[in-house]
Design a binder for this molecule. Structure first.
Ligand code: B12
Length: 226
């Protein structure tokens, strides 16, 4: 028999459908109310809300955009709402005890999809990693300068578009040369999911299909709990 706590859990598929509606209507307050009051405050973790509500709604926005059911302006409006929702979850969610490991998260040069990288950065941060999030389109030269200054334990590179894969190859090679191969590199994002063999070809130290899997793999790689 299900426990009371289980019965009280929010139905995230329903929240997602209503969140998508709110995005499409540009209803920011309703979108925030759904993720915070209807999902998070009722027992879903920040990561569950991020993956099962926001990420999936963003992917549906992409489908609607691709089939011309919504305009680019509506996509921008929807994504702006998801950025706001991530910020509120980040603010509300408890952070796990620091594990002492630092991760730099960046989109490679040319990559404008920073929302996936931001979600990944928030998930690592809430899981106890010390995160430096660099956002979209990071020139490789300045990435190297940040690595020199921050001395992270892991670099996480996000690439969505397949046409940005050459920039990923370039950044990976330069980071390895610069750090004499001492810095593990995690790679992920749409391009990696669509090109199955790429992570192996680039000898990614970590790859993951979503932020949850990345947190688990990063913990394993760096030997930190839980
Ligand atoms: C919003 C959006 C945009 C926004 C980005 C805004 C922003 N600030 O991020 C803007 C308008 C800039 C944009 C631009 C373009 N976009 Co766009 N975009 C999207 C959309 C709708 C949502 C992206 C998103 O937020 N996804 C949700 C995230 C959370 O999911 P995710 O990406 O899978 O991320 C997870 C994993 O991949 C993984 N992950 C991500 N990074 C990393 C890193 C590491 C290290 C690891 C291990 C894991 C990992 O964890 C993440 C979280 O769990 C997608 C649709 C989609 N299916 O994603 C299209 C989509 C990606 N875009 C697309 C296209 C075509 C474009 C443009 C070429 C359009 C154009 N003609 O200009 C440009 C290219 C821009 C560029 N140079 O980079 C296509 C790509 C098709 C393809 N297969 O190549 C998509 C799929 C839409 C579609 N269905 O057609 N886009």
């Amino acid at each position: 028999m299900a426990s009371a706590a289980t019965e009280a859990r929010p139905d995230l598929a329903t929240v997602r459908a209503r969140y998508l509606e709110a995005q499409l209507h540009g209803n920011r307050r309703e979108a925030l109310r759904l993720v915070i009051d209807e999902a998070f405050a009722r027992g879903a973790s920040a990561l569950e809300v991020e993956l099962e509500v926001i990420q999936e709604a963003q992917r549906e926005i992409g489908r609607l955009w691709q089939e011309n059911s919504i305009t680019i302006a509506e996509e921008h409006m929807a994504t702006a709402i998801s950025n706001m929702a991530l910020a509120h979850l980040y603010d509300h969610a408890p952070r796990e005890r620091s594990n002492g490991k630092k991760v730099v998260v960046a989109c490679i040069e040319g990559e404008l999809h920073d929302f996936p990288a931001r979600l990944v950065a928030d998930a690592l941060d809430l899981a106890g990693f010390d995160v430096r999030y660099l956002g979209a389109n990071v020139p490789t030269d300045s990435l190297l300068a940040v690595l020199d200054r921050e001395k992270p334990d892991l670099l996480a590179l996000s690439v969505t578009m397949i046409f940005n894969v050459p920039a990923l190859r370039n950044a990976t090679a330069r980071v390895r040369e610069h750090t004499a191969g001492s810095l593990p590199i995690a790679m992920g994002g749409g391009a990696l999911s669509w090109m199955n063999a790429l992570a192996a070809e680039l000898q990614a130290d970590v790859t993951a299909c979503d932020a949850r899997e990345l947190v688990e793999s990063a913990r394993r790689l760096l030997g930190v709990g839980p």
